[in-house]
Structure formats: C-alpha cells, structure tokens
Design a protein. Structure first.
Length: 551
C-alpha cells in the first residue's frame, strides 16, 4: 500500500488532484472514509436536501453554541462520500470575484491573483451555455467539470431580475464571466440532468487508470519521520495500517478535517496539542484558526398566483418528478431550482459585490423540512465578507471524535450593519413594479419588523449557515506566523506535506465555494508537478463609480 502521492479526502480538491497527478503518470492513492455516491438521492439535482441530512453521506458535524446567535448550535454538513461535499451540496457554481483572488495575492499568497487562477477555472470547465448569451471568451469549453443552467421557465425568475434592474442594479449575462455584479442566470454543476460532482468529473475517470486507486478508511494521522511526512495511518475494518507516500502526502479533507488531521499529527498550536498529550512536530499557531463562513437568511414572500413549486410539494407531486427523472433525467428533478442569482454592493466605497442572492420559486427551508403554507418564493441573502473569525480545535486526541467547530458568527458590529443592509435592500427589490403581480405579503421576516433591534432579533433567531466553511489552514508567506501553508500549498515547517482544499483560503470568496475548491485542487496539482499555466491578462469589470455610489 504505497504510491508517489497519498491524498486524504476524495472531495472537490482531492478528486481534481487525483485526476491531474495520475494523468501526469504519477501513482496516486486516495483515502476516503465515506462510501459510494450511487443512487438517486445524490445524483438527482432536485433531491439536494436529502443527502446533506443523511448520516450515510454526511459527517453530521455541529457547531459549538454561537453566543451572538442566541446560543444556537448550527448544523455544519460535510460530505462523507466520494466527491465529498460536491456530492451533497446545492450544485451552485460560482468562481468568486476577481477582487477575492487579488486580495489573496496581496495578503501573501503569491501567484494566486485572479490573473493566475483564471486559466485554471477555464481549464476545469466544460461550459454548456455559450450559445445563450454569457461570456464564452471567459469560460472553459473542454474541461472535466460540466456546467449548465436551469431552464428558468417560471415567470418569477425573470421578474426578480427585472426588479433588480428597476431598482438600479446592472443585469449580467454571466456572473462567472467578466462581470459578476448584477442580476441574471445562475450556473450549476449539472450534466445531462445529473449532479456533476467532483467524483463524476474527476475521480471516476482517474480510477480507470492503472496508477490511481481508492482506499476506504478513516485517516488517523500523518506519519512523520525526522520532520518529514512519509505516509498516513488509517483504520479500516478494525485494523490500523500505514499507507506510504514515496513523494508527498496531501491533505484535502475539508476545512474542518484537514486542520484536525494536522493537529492529530503534531502540527498546530503547541499549547493546544500539549493539552491533548500530542507531541509537537511543528508549532504552527494558525492551524485551525481563521475559520470563516457565509451566513444567510431566507426572505420569503407569499405569492398571489399559484405558479410556484409549492404545487409539487406533496407525495404525488414529488413521486411524479422523481419518476420522470429516473426514467428520462429530465423535468423538475434535473435542476437544483437555484436558477437565478444576484450580486450587489451594500454601500458606496465597496469596490465589488459583498451581498449574494439565490432566488428560489418556493418558500422552503434548505433542509427541505418546512414549506411555508401555500404558494411563495424566497431569496437567500447574506453578506459575503464577514469580519468575524472562528476556530477548529480538537475535542480529544481520538481520531474518531468530531472536532470542536466555533465560527463566532456575528461577533462584530460590521456584521450586523451588513445584515441589516441585506434585508432592507431585498425589501426594496421585492417592492419594485416587476414583482407586484406576484408579491402578496412578506412571510419572513414579516413587514412589521422594521427597526434595527427588530431586524437584529430576526437575524439572531433565523440566520443559517450557507455551508461555506474555509480558511483554517491559511495560505500565506513563510514569515507570517498565522500562515499554515506557503503559496505552493506546502505545510510550513514540515517536508513532504501539503494541504489543498478550502482550508487554505486566506479569505472567503464571493458565492459558493465548490468552484474555488476544485480550482484549488487543479492549481495545487500543477504546483506539485512543478509547472504552471501562463497568467491571464483579461480585465474584469468593476463599477466605474464604486467609490461614490452603491449602484
């Protein structure tokens, strides 16, 4: 049981690296604790609320009580299945904004500016909408990751975009192209009516090669010899064994499990490791710190017309959708229903969007558990760049124990200001003429909640994670004491060990994190192979008068 490269985690980044490293002739072993992704609950896009609530596919993590959210404990789904969280997520595809990556480079992640990462986004994409507007010059057309759009047949989609335009915001054909800012169609990782996870895109083709294999088991720690990572200790079928890496070990176990594994291996804050009786190999204060996420609320409206997806919200309706999908891979089951998006700026003086919208033509919770009574629709809305920072720490030295997860949500006054802006700006959009044939009343928060205190109380009780944790093994310069990996994804202070997944993000990117996580795997593979794609000289769009105007 040995290979040139041992990758821990068959998730978004791990699958991409397995594909690229094996393509280059290297031998690769991928360790994954979860099982198969076969079956309709994962592969049917409209069934997205099921796998993230099934212990078969999800690690079942929860946060510690969050003091600024009234002591609530929030769920924190992470994929425990091949494909990782790309097999249980909402399938929304967002690259992030150019400004996000330029900020990474400015904060010490050399070679990760937008000009550097854009070629990797293009390499990984197979974009299917070039004939329907959008920015084909900015998109990839022959990569492993298929990206499509929903049909947007429901009139509510067009009304929401038009309401944004009436409120004074831009309309954008392709938020993943030159211009993110504005309202328009949303991209999804769906191909021929099926979820196109990192497992379908990358891992399954890689496993067809003789030099790539999958090992089932729970990674317990990285095996170190004389300051060098030489393998991974795993447990499977009750037996502990070591898988040796001839070249390097790569952790791609998520922003929750990668720092946990580093700490179990003696790499992390020295005092914290000592508390748990773990011998310190490298005292890195930043391991597990810098934890970030996106929070959102669901702004729900009752609908005047019986045109929402609520008409299918019964056993017969769901059964018919499921049957059509099983036999033809078409119909409502073939879309995640997130077909319209918006990215706007909350105030003047912000250079690129800091608010995201997911629009949905039904009023329902993300976990699928509570449809509002009757016909309704909703916009998920939340700030993109919260200043709050949390941490992932060890609960114990037992690899089977979940890590302690503490986001410290809403811990700054800026968080509250930004969230109030989200709610008030959304109300203004829903009040535009284009929405008047549809808006009956505000279900949530409710039109009677108007003051800062009333809105704050609603946020405290109802804000939910968008499930975008990142940042816990920050990439930065070698002399930055809070950095965990350098800009080649190498763990600072240890040889033969890299981390490549959303944990290395210095700061969270705009929108959903699956696309940036896959890009991280694609680019890390090139760093490992000692090559890089030429930087792009494409010029992304910024609002010309952002210093002085909000829109």
């Amino acid at each position: 049981m040995q290979a040139d490269y041992v990758i821990v985690g068959a998730g978004s980044a791990g699958c991409a690296m397995a594909y690229r490293l094996s393509e280059a002739g290297k031998s690769v072993l991928v360790i994954e604790h979860g099982g198969t992704d076969a079956g309709p609950f994962i592969q049917m896009p409209a069934a997205l609320s099921y796998p993230m609530n099934m212990s078969l596919y999800d690690w079942g993590y929860k946060t510690l009580p969050e003091p600024h959210l009234g002591g609530r404990t929030l769920v924190c789904p992470r994929g425990k299945v091949i494909g990782g969280s790309s097999s249980i997520n909402g399938m929304v595809y967002v690259r992030g904004h150019a400004g996000d990556y330029d900020h990474w480079a400015e904060s010490g992640a050399d070679g990760w500016s937008y000009a550097d990462v854009l070629p990797y986004f293009k390499r990984m994409e197979n974009w299917h909408e070039s004939g329907q507007g959008g920015d084909p010059d900015w998109r990839g057309s022959d990569g492993p990751l298929h990206i499509s759009r929903g049909p947007r047949n429901n009139p509510l989609h067009g009304a929401f975009v038009e309401a944004g335009r009436q409120a004074g915001y831009p309309v954008t054909d392709d938020y993943n192209g030159q211009q993110q800012e504005g309202f328009g169609p949303m991209d999804m990782t769906v191909y021929k009516g099926q979820r196109w996870s990192a497992a379908n895109a990358y891992l399954k083709p890689a496993l067809k090669r003789e030099n790539c294999d999958l090992v089932r088991g729970l990674a317990r720690k990285v095996v170190m010899e004389n300051g060098r990572a030489v393998g991974v200790e795993i447990e499977r079928a009750g037996q502990v064994q070591v898988i040796r890496a001839n070249a390097e070990v790569i952790l791609s176990a998520s922003s929750l499990n990668s720092p946990k594994l580093l700490m179990l291996s003696g790499i992390g804050p020295g005092a914290h490791l000592a508390e748990h009786g773990i011998e310190v190999v490298a005292d890195r204060a930043g391991v597990g710190q810098n934890l970030q996420d996106h929070l959102e609320v669901y702004m729900q409206m009752a609908c005047k017309q019986p045109i929402t997806l609520y008409k299918y919200w019964n056993l017969i309706g769901k059964g018919l959708i499921g049957a059509q999908w099983l036999f033809t891979k078409t119909g409502l089951g073939a879309s995640n229903q997130f077909e319209t998006a918006g990215f706007i700026r909350s105030r003047a003086g912000i250079s690129y969007p800091d608010i995201q919208y997911h629009f949905l033509p039904i009023a329902v919770r993300y976990d699928g558990q509570a449809a509002a009574e009757g016909h309704g629709f909703q916009a998920h809305v939340g700030p993109m760049r919260s200043p709050s920072r949390g941490e992932v720490t060890l609960q114990s030295a037992d690899p089977k124990d979940a890590p302690n997860i503490f986001f410290n949500y809403m811990s700054t006054e800026r968080d509250w200001e930004d969230f109030r802006a989200c709610i008030r700006l959304t109300r203004e959009i829903f009040a535009q003429e284009a929405m008047q044939p549809f808006v009956k009343s505000e279900i949530q928060p409710g039109a009677d909640l108007q003051t800062d205190d009333e809105i704050d109380s609603f946020i405290r009780e109802h804000a939910e994670s968008a499930y975008h944790p990142c940042g816990t093994c920050k990439m930065g310069s070698v002399d930055d004491p809070s950095a965990v990996v350098d800009s080649e994804c190498r763990v600072i202070g240890v040889d033969g060990l890299r981390v490549a997944d959303s944990s290395i993000f210095p700061r969270i990117t705009n929108g959903n994190l699956n696309g940036p996580s896959i890009m991280t795997g694609e680019k890390a593979a090139d760093h490992i192979l000692g090559r890089r794609m030429p930087s792009s000289n494409a010029a992304p769009w910024f609002a010309s008068d952002w210093e002085n105007t909000q829109r």
